[in-house]
Design a protein around this ligand. Structure first.
Ligand code: SGN
Ligand code: CA
Length: 549
């Protein structure tokens, strides 16, 4: 009897051990690799999965076609550093501390890559970082200091300062593929791959120079917006194509002759390049050529020769046409689009290169691929370039996610999601517990369910922008966006509300805040907005200000 009993125990023990081993293996197999691709200032109007008017982006569209496209992904604060901090921490700017670009991110804060690293992931951060501090939580990093440069870019690579040859979008991709090649194949990986492009000052790769020379882009119908039915904040900014774009820096209206002469002349006035540059000089036209000369001189002689061929033609056309007023604005808009979109073309090609690499090495389908931007951007809507405002083109950011084991090919979601949700989503897929103090929601239920919006999903998103006074002078504001409406409160040196009915007025041309027909809607939205401020622990700055007086 005794013998039988011990035998039984041994069998049972062996069986349990085998089950555990099998379970562990199954669990391990499920840990997906993650590639988080983020570009800088790439707006949905310039991504053909969203909008076919301006450019075709077949490689980015592939992610959408083979995965999910989110139609309503909004940022919580439409500006670079803050958006990055929100994504990494899963917390709003007022909680993670990085309310504007002038601040330095406190890198001792918990960020999702650290949590993945703890859970056994190999982690890498490549490309634009723009948080001031040194990245923590990565096995490997190679970041562009500050805003980065388009040609012969500098990098800080695991603490070492180096300069690479080539065009930034290509170099960042080479580094990404290099990391994948040399990685520890026994571990799942998280690779954050972040491009500088298509950020200002929109310098295309040599191979893309002149690619849109024969194209005339359709103008947004509100290119010449006179702001008459909107608010004071929308008028009082410095981001108009017509008057705020720099001739040399933005429009490349400096001839090779002028640039050569400048290179021989005594040094031009210095443009102080602190973390964000010195914004007082932002609209100082006297430093324009000197600033451009600095980035122009990063090109090799061959690159300069190819560049000059294209842009000398532009300078000649500008002089010949001698346009004024609205005609000049229209012409500037065309030049802006040519350069911005040519930068997007290099992004698309390089994402294609990365996808091909993953396919060739058999890693494509077990990798979650996220494509997004740090915010949207104005491509001439309301006459603007840049972002910052809570208006649609700036608030909305592209979001494409490919992961065939869970996400249906070609699916589209209307869900109101935010960049606040990225960290919880990725942790959720990796089987890592989401810290309770993260403020976003995991989008996994949406992704796993063909984009359907669960009944208990949020009905509104909350926004808060702080960087003022600063570049482009967009006043501080906060607001709420529901599926149909948007209510914004501009505060600080102004106290104005704007209300838009996005169903009737998708271009946000008519502020309805003072329209009696919308009084009730405005009241309801205000209540909802208050609740969101409580939920996300944001003190109403206008109330705070009132108390201080
Ligand atoms: C730079 C740009 C601004 C831009 C900010 C923030 N000026 O300062 O136009 O708004 O970056 O952009 S530039 O003349 O130096 O190009 S962000 O993407 O980093 O938030
Ligand atoms: Ca940006």
């Amino acid at each position: 009897m005794k013998i039988f009993k011990s035998y039984g125990i041994v069998v049972l023990l062996l069986f349990t051990a085998a089950c555990k081993e099998a379970g562990k293996k199954a669990g391990e197999e499920k840990k997906p690799n993650i590639i988080f691709i983020m570009t800088d200032d790439h707006t949905t109007q310039a991504l053909s999965a969203y909008d076919r008017r301006y450019i075709s982006t077949p490689n980015l569209d592939r992610i959408a076609d083979e995965g999910m496209r989110f139609k309503n992904c909004f940022v919580t604060n439409s500006i670079c550093g803050p958006s990055r901090a929100v994504i990494l921490t899963g917390k709003y700017s007022h909680i993670n501390g990085l309310t504007d670009n002038s601040k330095v991110f406190d890198s001792t804060r918990v960020i999702y890559p650290q949590l993945l690293k703890k859970a056994g992931y190999q982690t890498a951060m490549i490309g634009k970082w723009h948080l001031g501090s040194t990245p923590i939580g990565f096995d490997y990093y190679s970041i562009l200091p500050n805003q980065g440069q388009y040609y012969q870019p500098n990098f800080i690579e695991n603490g070492k300062r180096i300069t690479e040859k080539g065009y930034v979008t290509d170099v960042v991709t080479d580094k990404a593929i290099g990391f994948l090649e040399g990685r520890d194949k026994d571990k799942p990986f998280l690779m954050i791959y972040q491009q500088k492009a298509p950020h200002r000052n929109w310098m295309p790769a040599i191979r893309h120079l002149g690619m849109f020379d024969d194209t005339t882009f359709p103008e947004p119908s509100n290119l010449l917006d006179d702001f008459s039915h909107r608010g004071r904040a929308s008028r009082e900014q410095l981001m108009r194509i017509s008057v705020d774009m720099m001739e040399a820096w933005d429009l490349k209206l400096a001839s090779s002759q002028e640039l050569d002469a400048l290179n021989e002349a005594p040094p031009a006035p210095e443009f102080k390049d602190t973390k964000e540059g010195d914004f007082e000089q932002a609209n100082d036209k006297s430093t324009d050529k000197a600033r451009f000369l600095e980035v122009y001189n990063r090109m090799t002689d061959e690159e300069k020769a190819a560049w000059n061929k294209v842009y000398d033609k532009r300078v000649a056309e500008y002089k010949k046409l001698n346009l004024k007023g609205d005609d000049l604005t229209r012409w500037k808009y065309q030049q802006y689009m040519k350069d911005y979109l040519a930068c997007v073309a290099a992004v698309d090609e390089n994402v294609g290169r990365l996808l091909d690499y993953l396919e060739d090495t058999g890693e494509l389908d077990n990798t979650i691929i996220v494509y997004t931007s740090d915010q949207g951007f104005f491509l001439g809507e309301h006459g603007y370039f840049d972002k910052r405002f809570m208006y649609e083109e700036s608030l909305r950011t592209p979001l494409l996610i490919r992961y065939p084991p869970k996400v249906d090919a070609g699916s589209v979601s209307d869900a109101l999601v935010m960049n606040l949700d990225f960290a919880p989503t990725l942790l959720d897929y990796a089987g890592v517990e989401v810290p309770e103090d993260m403020q976003g929601e995991s989008m996994k239920p949406i992704l796993d369910n063909a984009g359907k919006v669960p009944d208990n999903w949020r009905k509104a998103t909350y926004y808060h922008y702080y960087e003022y006074p600063s570049w482009h002078m967009v006043k501080r504001h906060y607001g709420i966006r529901t599926a149909r409406y948007k209510l914004i409160h501009f505060y600080n040196d102004i106290d104005e509300w704007e209300l838009y009915d996005l169903q009737k007025d998708p271009q946000e041309m008519n502020n309805r805040y003072h329209d009696p027909e919308y009084r009730e809607v405005a009241e309801q939205l205000k209540e909802q907005l208050k609740k969101l401020q409580v939920k996300y622990k944001d003190t109403d700055p206008a109330e705070k200000q009132a108390k201080q007086i």
